[in-house]
Design a protein around this ligand. Structure first.
Ligand code: ADP
Ligand code: MG
Length: 461
């Protein structure tokens, strides 16, 4: 009897507790944040003041932990009147228990890597995640300046580039880089107070401190830091009260020669709704941007991530993936995770990746031959077959050749070596560069786009 009594209420309590937390979060965070990070999570257990939060995949575990640890802890502490620690685990939001390994059970879109580390060394006091280190940060054309500046800061925090302002689009490594700065500084200065914090979290904590009348603690926490890493500072644009508090925090730290690192999705002067005094402070140190990675860098990133995830891929498969996903590193990694998950430990070859992107099916449907492609490209540019596959490199022929490469690879999914053969090239890296160039310029170069679209129309007519 007593056993049942104990068991049943505790189960109800977990559900009820999570519901209360969700109700509170719904009115605290934006709708998009709520849907992305909380709606699909659940409270798996609450024992000995440890709350285990289940997220649908590894990526969400990490991101929820990094972004919302303190917010969740705050709400949990309040709801339970306890000092709660949080653990994040991959647990798809289902009422059914999943068999605990070996891939039996439902197929989820992204599974945690098979040999995912079991330990949870995320440090809530610094907000630093062990995954985002300098060793795992790939450096290339698009980020070498930001990386070099980061090294300078790591060497002499607070003195050289202060603040350090990193901006760029989504998924290109801003969070990774500033977290890595935090880790490195702690290696040489273990006594330093380092804090990584989303600007949104700063805002949420400020609101909570005002409600709970704990402003002195809030000020102490942020104004006594040695290194303040603020992610996605664009969040506070248009939020006057938060900006005001942020301004004072910034000044206190800056005057004390404490290192401040900021990231944003745009440059300081483009932050509409940000007070002028903050914009000028943000721009008062070193501002650098990170661009989308080029092909070489994407290649290096796929290799790096594949290794991190204990995956096995052939060189051609890696090249194909790096070539297909041009948007950003996050997308590249997301696709890689899915591919490795589907491969379930087997080595991934080119065909596997092509099938993953549905390229084979497309080809089968359209039944286009390489000969047709070469012939249409030749006609469009008024070039003979001999010229297209010959040695001459004048601009017009080179462009036609690159467009042919693009179609042979993208539309037919032919292996690099075969494309090289068809076009009389010896080196298949020429093909990679050619296809890369056409894909990149497709969206920005109007003439090129016209050529490609006209040829495509003929090929499939
Ligand atoms: P952002 O903050 O710019 O939106 P993130 O730092 O969150 O992007 O990066 C998205 C994902 O891509 C992360 O998993 C990160 O580890 C990875 N990533 C981005 N840039 C690099 C890089 N240069 N080297 C290795 N991984 C990277
Ligand atoms: Mg980020």
């Amino acid at each position: 009897m007593s056993k049942i009594n104990k068991f049943v209420p505790s189960e109800i309590n977990t559900n009820q507790l999570w519901q209360n937390i969700l109700d509170e979060l719904k009115v605290t965070v934006s709708d998009a944040t709520f849907k992305t990070f909380f709606a699909k999570s659940n409270l798996v257990s609450f024992k000995n003041n440890i709350a285990t939060i289940g997220c649908t995949n590894q990526y969400f575990c990490e991101q929820t932990e990094i972004r919302y640890y303190s917010l969740l802890k705050d709400v949990l502490d309040r709801q339970t009147k306890k000092n709660v620690s949080l653990v994040f685990n991959v647990t798809p939001n289902s009422k059914f228990q999943i068999p605990n390994s070996q891939g039996i059970g439902p197929l989820f879109e992204i599974k945690a890597p098979q040999k995912a580390p079991v330990k949870k060394p995320f440090d809530p006091t610094t907000g630093l995640h062990p995954r985002y280190t300098l060793e795992t940060f790939v450096v290339g054309n698009s980020n070498n300046f930001a990386h070099a500046a980061a090294l300078g800061i790591i060497k002499k925090p607070g003195s050289e580039y202060n603040p350090f302002f990193v901006w760029g689009g989504v998924g290109i490594g801003k969070t990774h880089l500033i977290q890595a700065i935090g880790h490195e500084i702690l290696k040489t200065h273990p006594e330093f107070e380092v804090l990584y914090c989303e600007a949104e979290t700063f805002g949420n904590e400020l609101v909570a401190a005002l409600q709970k009348k704990t402003m002195p603690q809030f000020k102490k926490k942020f104004r006594s830091l040695d290194v303040f890493l603020v992610d996605d500072v664009q969040f506070i644009a248009g939020k006057e009260y938060i900006q005001d508090e942020f301004f004072h925090t910034f000044n206190k730290l800056h005057l004390g020669e404490k290192q401040i690192v900021l990231t944003s999705d745009r440059r300081p002067e483009d932050l509409a709704g940000m007070e002028e005094r903050l914009v000028s402070r943000f721009a008062g140190g070193l501002t650098v941007d990170i661009q989308l990675p080029d092909f070489e860098m994407r290649l290096a990133i796929v290799k790096q991530k594949c290794q991190e995830k204990n995956g096995r891929m052939t060189e051609e498969a890696i090249q194909f993936l790096a070539q297909t996903i041009e948007s950003n590193v996050r997308d590249l990694e997301g696709n890689l995770t899915q591919i490795l998950s589907r491969a379930a430990g087997e080595e991934v070859d080119l065909e596997f990746v092509q099938n993953f992107f549905g390229i084979k099916e497309k080809t089968a449907r359209k039944k286009v031959s390489p000969r047709k492609i070469i012939s249409e490209v030749g006609k469009h540019f008024r070039l003979k077959h001999k010229e297209l596959v010959g040695p001459r490199r004048i601009a017009k022929i080179a462009l036609a050749r690159q467009i042919a490469m693009y179609f042979l690879r993208r539309e037919l999914g032919l292996p690099l070596t075969q494309v090289a053969d068809i076009l009389g090239r010896k080196d298949h890296t020429t093909i990679i560069h050619g296809v890369d160039k056409i894909s990149r310029q497709f969206s920005t170069n109007l003439n090129l786009r016209r050529d490609v679209l006209a040829i495509r129309g003929k090929i499939y007519s």
